[in-house]
Design a protein around this ligand. Structure first.
Ligand SMILES: C[S@@+](CC[C@H](N)C(=O)[O-])C[C@H]1O[C@@H](n2cnc3c(N)ncnc32)[C@H](O)[C@@H]1O
Length: 207
């Protein structure tokens, strides 16, 4: 149940979510090339926390805010945090990710793994709001070639953001939304369930 008493379809998949190793692989690949930061990392639509935990390990920030609409996803993440984040660096929030519960211009890094397509273009505007000038954005989107959501999840996808079919289309999407120095690479599964995502890195303008 969310704070307003409703259930999200993501609650129903939270218990088995970590059985799919690809989420962890994406999270690790998103953060590994980002320089260490002493500041604030925001993991938008964190799910069970893969990107937040990867950031904790690789970026060593002072604080991480990890936000997700699904209480069951956050409960799963918080349970793992007992061993993975004993110092309590990660602040878990059940909330809508847009707007993120973060003050303007305070984030050094914004992460969003496999979730932007559920948030729509408004997320880019909000990330420009919360990132400091020159702050890093790292997100992933599924390739439309292999993305095949069930009707329940397809109904949650805003229509204002078309999934980019190539890395260069992902770069164009990101720079058209106001970011600079965008780069994108494709990451594919090596399992018998073929999937492909684009990993995108960019900077907030201003430095
Ligand atoms: C495919 S999962 C990705 C989770 C995680 N980032 C990962 O890579 O493992 C999508 C997540 O987006 C969350 N989500 C969808 N819409 C949201 C919204 N408006 N605000 C916050 N979270 C949202 C869902 O609850 C779910 O946990």
């Amino acid at each position: 149940m969310t704070a307003d008493g409703t259930t999200t379809p993501f609650d129903a998949i939270a218990a088995a979510y970590d059985e799919d190793d690809f989420h962890q692989v994406i999270a690790e690949r998103l953060v590994t090339d980002i320089p260490t930061t002493g500041g604030l990392v925001v993991d938008v639509a964190t799910g069970t926390g893969h990107a937040a935990f990867a950031a904790l390990q690789h970026l060593r920030p002072q604080r991480i805010v990890a936000v997700d609409l699904s209480p069951a996803m956050i409960a799963s993440a918080a349970a793992k945090a007992e061993s993975l984040d004993p110092s309590g660096v990660i602040d878990w929030r059940v909330a809508d990710a847009v707007p993120a519960p973060v003050a303007d211009g305070t984030a050094d890094v914004v992460l969003c793994a496999s979730s932007l397509h559920f948030l729509g273009m408004a997320a880019f505007t909000d990330w420009l709001r919360i990132l400091r000038p020159g702050g890093v954005l790292a997100y992933s989107l599924p390739s439309p070639e292999t993305f095949n959501p069930s009707p329940t999840f397809a109904a949650l996808i805003p229509r204002d953001l078309a999934l980019p079919p190539t890395p260069s289309a992902a770069i164009h999407l990101t720079e058209a939304a106001g970011f600079t120095q965008a780069s994108a690479t494709e990451l594919k599964t090596t399992t018998d369930r073929p999937r492909s995502v684009f990993l995108v890195h960019a900077k907030a303008p201003g430095r």
